[in-house]
Structures are given as structure tokens and as C-alpha cells.
Design a protein around this ligand. Structure first.
Ligand code: MF3
Ligand code: CO
Length: 254
């Protein structure tokens, strides 16, 4: 069942998502060669709690940390560790927060120092695919119009979408219905309705779409070792017009 949110509930979700956006912005500015992913995790937890919010991922199915930090060929759910970032790496930062019983969820991929144009293009196309998907999240469309927008843009760039992980409805639970795949034929699935809140999260590989999960039972990596990028926003469908991006960051928007 898809749980529609009232305007008052959406305001609370906007608050949770704003916390996520602010903290992601703080963490992304600390990304540099030599910093460890544990350092980034500690910063994220401190900044979430300083805002009176609760980290959403810590303890979720025994996930041990506040942040997911996925470096290079890691697709999603990289567990922060003593690993130090190196110039030329890319890192996906995925963060969730709970405010007033509601979740916010967002992710960005950032470069560590200078990266090649080829790598920058992967990151750019992934972010573009998120915004193209959000444009489709309007009343009158169906869910796979959103999915299709991701797939079309990603594949036209010569990249692959990950199919084993999907976006999701979000509310009092981190993961609610519907699932939001990043692929599919347009015009299928549930109708987009006012009051739906969705976390749309394209995961895009430079090589093939296959992924596998490491021994730690969390970290998803590309099967072929190619690089992968991930962006995510929590959005609320409006009665008319474009969706409201609840996790919009002040800086660095397309
Ligand atoms: N944004 C991811 C998701 O929606 C992050 C979840 S990490 C977890 O699935 F630890 F909470 F599972
Ligand atoms: Co998510």
C-alpha cells in the first residue's frame, strides 16, 4: 500500500530532509585526500544530532554507521572505515535522518580532488538522470515514467543502470511502497499522486550493470570493478506542477 502524506506530514518530512541536505553539504566539503570515511561518518553523526535529529541508517537492519560511504567501484552501502580517500577517487555519500518520526534520505557522489573528464562525466550523467526522473514525478504520469527517464539518459551516455537496488517510497518507514526502479518501459505501474513522497536514487555503472555484495554483507560493488555513481533526493509530489525536492541542497544544484 502506498501511504500518501498530508501537507502537515510533508512539512515534517521537509524538516528531516533539510537536516540531511545540510549535513550532506557539510560532509561533502570535508571530502579530500587523506581523510578517512570514518572521519566523515563521525562528522555526519555529530551534525545530525546537533540538529536534534536521529541518524536513520545506524541500527537499521544492524547497519553499523550513520553514513554510507561508497568509494569508486562501490555502488552503495559502503561501510565507513579507516580507509583514507585518495586524489582521483569518487565517493558516494548517502545519509538519512529521522525528525518527528519521519525519514529523510539523500545521496551525492563527489570527486576527491581532480578526476579525469571521463569520471566527471559519469558523475554528471548520474546526477542529470536524477533530475530528469524528478521532472517526470508529476500527477498524470505513472511510476515507470520516472524509472524510464533514468534509464534512457544513462544508457544514451553509454553507462548501465543498476537493477538490483531501487528507490522507494519514504515516510514513517525508510522504505515504503512503491519501489522505484531506475529502469523500465514508460507508462506502467501506479499513477503518481499528490501526497506521494519518493526517494529516487539512480545508481549508475561505467561498465556492466551487475553488482555483488561483499563479505561484510553490506557493501555492493560492481561485478566488473568499474566505477559507479549514486545520487538521491527525497521528493514530495504536488497537486500540480513539479515535485518539491525536500532534500534540495542550497549549493551545487543543477
Ligand atoms: N539510501 C539507502 C536506501 O534507501 C540507504 C540505506 S542504508 C541502510 O536504501 F543502512 F539503512 F540500509
Ligand atoms: Co534511499
Amino acid at each position: 500500500m502506498i501511504i500518501l502524506k498530508t501537507p502537515a506530514e510533508i512539512e515534517i518530512m521537509a524538516e528531516a530532509s533539510r537536516v540531511v541536505a545540510e549535513v550532506l553539504e557539510i560532509v561533502r566539503k570535508e571530502v579530500r585526500a587523506g581523510i578517512s570515511t570514518d572521519d566523515l561518518d563521525r562528522l555526519a553523526e555529530k551534525e545530525i544530532r546537533a540538529r536534534g535529529a536521529v541518524p536513520a541508517f545506524k541500527g537499521y537492519r544492524n547497519y553499523p554507521k550513520t553514513l554510507c560511504a561508497s568509494v569508486n567501484e562501490q555502488v552503495v552501502h559502503g561501510i565507513p572505515s579507516g580507509r583514507k580517500l585518495k586524489e582521483g577517487d569518487i565517493i558516494g555519500l548517502d545519509l538519512g535522518a529521522i525528525v518527528g518520526g519521519f525519514y529523510g534520505d539523500s545521496a551525492v557522489t563527489v570527486a576527491v580532488g581532480q578526476v579525469s573528464e571521463k569520471i566527471a562525466a559519469l558523475v554528471r550523467v548520474t546526477e542529470e538522470s536524477l533530475y530528469l526522473a524528478i521532472e517526470q514525478a508529476v500527477v498524470g504520469n505513472r511510476l515507470t515514467d520516472v524509472s524510464h527517464a533514468v534509464q534512457r539518459h544513462v544508457e544514451s551516455g553509454g553507462y548501465s543502470v543498476v537493477t538490483e537496488f531501487v528507490g522507494h517510497g519514504i515516510g514513517r518507514q525508510l522504505h515504503e511502497e512503491p519501489q522505484v526502479p531506475n529502469y523500465g518501459k514508460p507508462g506502467q505501474g501506479p499513477r503518481i499522486q499528490s501526497g506521494m513522497v519518493l526517494a529516487i536514487e539512480p545508481m549508475v555503472n561505467m561498465g556492466g550493470s551487475a553488482v555483488r555484495v561483499l563479505e561484510d554483507r553490506w557493501t555492493a560493488v560492481t561485478a566488473d570493478g568499474s566505477l559507479s555513481a549514486h545520487f538521491e533526493h527525497t521528493i514530495a509530489i504536488q497537486p500540480s506542477g513539479p515535485a518539491r525536492i525536500l532534500s534540495r541542497r542550497v549549493a551545487n544544484e543543477i
